[in-house]
Design a protein around this ligand. Structure first.
Ligand code: GUN
Length: 281
C-alpha cells in the first residue's frame, strides 16, 4: 500500500476546495511555529510548507530562537489565535529542552488546532462530535480504506500507545467496528497478540522491530515507524521477514508518512471551511 496514489487523489480534491474558498474571497492560511534548530523539525516544516504551496494554501512560518521563554512561545500562539486571517496553527514538536509542550499547546484555540492535539479534539474521538483528528492516525485509516481493506469485525492490534499515534489510531479502528488490542512496551508476550492480528499497526519507534515470526499469514500491516539508521530510513517492520506472510504492507519510506502531511492539509482546509460556514459548525 503506497502513499503516493492516496496523496494524488486527495490533492486533486483539496485543490478544488481551496479554489472554492478563494472564489468566496477567502484564502486558507496555516501558521507553523518552529522553535530552535532541530534538523528533523526543519525538514518536517519544509515539507508542510511545500504541501501548502502546491495546494494554494498560504503558509506562515514563525521561527523562534531556541532561547525563547515559555511566555514568548505562548504569546506568539495567542497572537495567531486572535488573527482572523489564520485558519490553522501548528506548533512543531518537540520543543527545545526546558519548554513545556503541553502547556504551550493549550494556547492554540481548539478551532485552529491543525494537528488535533488539543484535549478538546482528542475528546471528540471518544465522545463523538465535530473535532480535528490527528494527522497520522487519520492517514492510516484513509490508506486502509483506499486500498479496500475490510475493517468491520477484524482484529486490529496496535503496538504503541502514544497520544499522537497509538491511542487515537486504536480509537479510530474501534470506530470502524474493529476489535482492538493495544500493546506497548510492558505487554507480556507481545507475539501472542500480534500473531492474532488481521490488521497490525506498528508505531514503536524501533527499526525492524516486527519480524515475520510475529505475524500471521494474510495480515495487513501498517508501518508507522520512521527510524533514521546508518542504512537510511527504516520502518518498525522488518519488511524482508514479513514479506511472504503479509497480504498488504505499507513501505517506509513511501507509505503512511506521505499521508501525514496530506491529512494536515485536510485538517487546515476543514478548519477554514468551518470558519467560513461551508460546513455546519
Ligand atoms: N513532530 C513530529 N511530528 C509532528 C507532527 O505531526 N506535528 C507536530 N506539531 N510536531 C511533530
Amino acid at each position: 500500500m503506497y502513499g503516493a496514489p492516496c496523496v494524488e487523489k486527495l490533492s486533486a480534491e483539496q485543490k478544488e476546495r481551496v479554489e472554492a474558498l478563494r472564489a468566496r474571497g477567502r484564502g486558507v492560511c496555516l501558521a507553523v511555529v518552529r522553535v530552535g534548530d532541530d534538523p528533523a523539525s526543519e525538514v518536517y516544516v519544509r515539507n508542510k510548507k511545500n504541501a501548502c504551496q502546491r495546494l494554494g494554501i498560504e503558509s506562515r512560518e514563525i521561527h523562534l530562537p531556541g532561547s525563547v521563554s515559555q511566555a514568548e512561545v505562548e504569546e506568539c500562539l495567542d497572537k495567531l489565535g486572535a488573527d482572523p486571517d489564520v485558519d490553522g496553527i501548528l506548533l512543531q514538536l518537540p520543543l527545545p529542552r526546558g519548554l513545556d509542550d503541553k502547556a504551550a499547546l493549550t494556547h492554540i484555540p481548539a478551532a485552529k488546532d491543525a494537528d488535533g492535539f488539543r484535549s478538546e479534539n482528542c475528546g471528540t474521538l471518544i465522545c463523538g462530535g465535530e473535532g480535528t483528528l490527528p494527522c497520522t492516525p487519520r492517514g492510516i485509516l484513509y490508506m486502509l480504506k483506499h486500498y479496500g481493506v475490510a475493517l468491520e469485525g477484524k482484529h486490529a492490534v496496535v503496538i504503541g500507545r502514544s497520544a499522537i499515534v497509538g491511542k487515537p489510531a486504536a480509537l479510530m479502528l474501534l470506530g470502524e467496528n474493529c476489535t482492538v488490542t493495544v500493546c506497548h512496551s510492558k505487554t507480556a508476550d507481545l507475539k501472542e497478540h500480534t500473531r492474532r492480528a488481521d490488521i497490525l499497526v506498528a508505531a514503536v519507534g524501533k527499526a525492524g522491530f516486527v519480524t515475520g515470526d510475529m505475524v500471521k499469514d494474510g495480515c495487513v500491516i501498517v508501518d508507522v515507524g520512521i527510524n533514521r539508521t546508518p542504512e537510511g530510513l527504516r520502518g518498525d517492520v522488518d519488511a524482508v521477514s514479513v514479506g511472504d506472510k503479509a497480504a498488504f504492507i505499507t513501505p517506509v519510506p513511501g507509505g503512511v508518512g506521505k499521508l501525514t502531511v496530506a491529512m494536515l492539509m485536510e485538517n487546515v482546509i476543514e478548519l477554514a471551511e468551518r470558519r467560513t460556514g461551508l460546513t455546519e459548525a
